[in-house]
Write a new protein. Structure first.
Length: 227
C-alpha cells in the first residue's frame, strides 16, 4: 500500500480515449466530403499540429479549431466549419479501465486532474467520469500548456507538502516536467512506448490504470511492467 495522499492525472489520453474521439470526428467529415480517411495519418498530424498550436497560450477551443483546419487542408477534407472537433469533445469516452480504477483509488486517495483544456470542455468530459475530483488545474486556469511547469506548480501550491504522485500517458507533456520539478510520476503507457531516457524513469510504467491501481494498493509490487 502506497503512502500517497494525492494522485493527480492527465485527462485526455490517460483517462479519456481521445484518439478514438478525434478519429471519429474526422472520419465523419471525410465521409461527408467523399474523401478517403486515414486514421493513422490524421492522428499523426493532430499530435504535430497540437504541439505547434500550444507553443503560446490561446484557449483550447481555438487550438482545436486551428488544428482541425490544418488537418482538413492537408487531407483534402472540405467543410464549411472547423468547429466540429470542439463539438466532438462531449462524445469522447473514458477507456474501459478508467472508471473502475478511479473508483478504487478514490477510496483512499484525494484525486486531481491537471489538463491542457478549457474549463467548459472538461466539464463536458467529467459527465463520463464516475468519481469526484478534489483538485482541478486546467490550461485556462493558469494560461499555460504542459509541458510548461505551471500546472504542476499550481498543484503543489494547492496540495502543500502532502505526498503526491502524478499519473499520465504522455512522457513529454507530463513525465519529463515531473522529473525536472522533483515530482513522483507514473507512466500510464497505453501505447507501450519504450523508455526514452534512463535518467527520466517514472516510478511506475504500465499499460493501464487497472495495473496502476494494483501497484498503488500493493497488489502488484512490480513498478515497471513494460520494462
Amino acid at each position: 500500500m502506497s503512502n500517497y495522499i494525492w494522485i493527480t492525472f492527465d485527462c485526455y489520453g490517460t483517462l479519456i480515449d481521445w484518439e478514438r474521439g478525434i478519429a471519429a470526428a474526422f472520419e465523419k467529415i471525410a465521409m461527408a466530403a467523399g474523401a478517403p480517411f486515414d486514421r493513422n495519418q490524421v492522428l499523426k498530424l493532430y499530435r504535430k499540429y497540437e504541439k505547434e498550436e500550444e507553443f503560446q497560450y490561446r484557449k483550447y477551443h481555438d487550438v482545436l479549431k486551428r488544428v482541425a483546419r490544418r488537418i482538413c487542408f492537408d487531407m483534402g477534407f472540405q467543410t464549411s466549419t472547423y468547429d466540429f472537433l470542439v463539438d466532438s469533445v462531449q462524445r469522447w469516452r473514458p477507456f474501459p479501465d478508467t472508471n473502475v480504477a478511479m473508483q478504487r483509488l478514490a477510496r483512499r486517495h484525494k484525486l486531481g486532474i491537471l489538463s491542457n483544456i478549457d474549463n467548459d470542455l472538461l466539464l463536458q468530459t467529467r459527465k463520463h467520469l464516475t468519481v469526484n475530483f478534489d483538485l482541478i488545474v486546467t490550461a485556462e486556469n493558469i494560461q499555460s500548456y504542459k509541458p510548461e511547469p505551471r500546472h504542476f506548480q499550481e498543484a503543489r501550491r494547492k496540495i502543500g507538502k502532502a505526498d503526491w504522485i502524478h499519473a499520465a500517458q504522455s512522457y513529454d507533456h507530463d513525465i519529463l516536467p515531473c522529473k525536472r520539478l522533483g515530482i513522483d510520476s507514473a507512466w500510464i503507457n497505453r501505447t507501450q512506448e519504450p523508455l526514452k531516457d534512463e535518467d527520466v524513469k517514472p516510478l511506475f510504467n504500465g499499460p493501464d490504470l487497472y495495473r496502476f491501481a494494483n501497484w498503488i494498493e500493493g497488489v502488484d509490487s512490480s513498478p515497471n511492467l513494460l520494462g
